[in-house]
Design a protein around this ligand. Structure first.
Ligand code: ZN
Length: 108
């Protein structure tokens, strides 16, 4: 599987470290009465979606930036990638969308 890093371009998945789900939202108020439960729910429970999913990958052996990847967990098709936390795609970065069916392999 090749991951289209917005900075480095398409790279082998072995250059990256997988963090997991990119859809969680950190609780805003750590002093709230239910903060412990809110942080527990943010950190520990993980889904195992079948299909389209947004994931966080760290380009360990590259630019050392966090990348949010949209990937189909059934086919490993990657439909997009951007720097994590980027709300608006950087127009100066070439389109990182990739659909390379010839390089589907399991993510370790
Ligand atoms: Zn990179």
């Amino acid at each position: 599987m090749r991951i289209p890093c917005p900075y480095c371009g398409p790279r082998d998945a072995h250059e990256f470290s997988y963090l997991g789900d990119a859809t969680g939202t950190r609780p805003k108020n750590p002093s709230a009465p239910d903060a412990i439960l809110a942080f527990h729910d943010y950190v520990y429970p993980r889904g195992n979606p079948a299909g389209s999913h947004r994931e966080l990958w760290y380009h360990t052996n590259g630019c050392r930036r966090w990348v949010e990847v949209s990937r189909n967990t059934l086919t490993h098709e990657i439909t997009g990638a951007r720097f994590a936390g980027a709300s608006i795609p950087d127009a100066s970065v070439p389109d990182a969308s990739v659909s390379d069916a010839s390089e589907k392999e399991a993510v370790s």
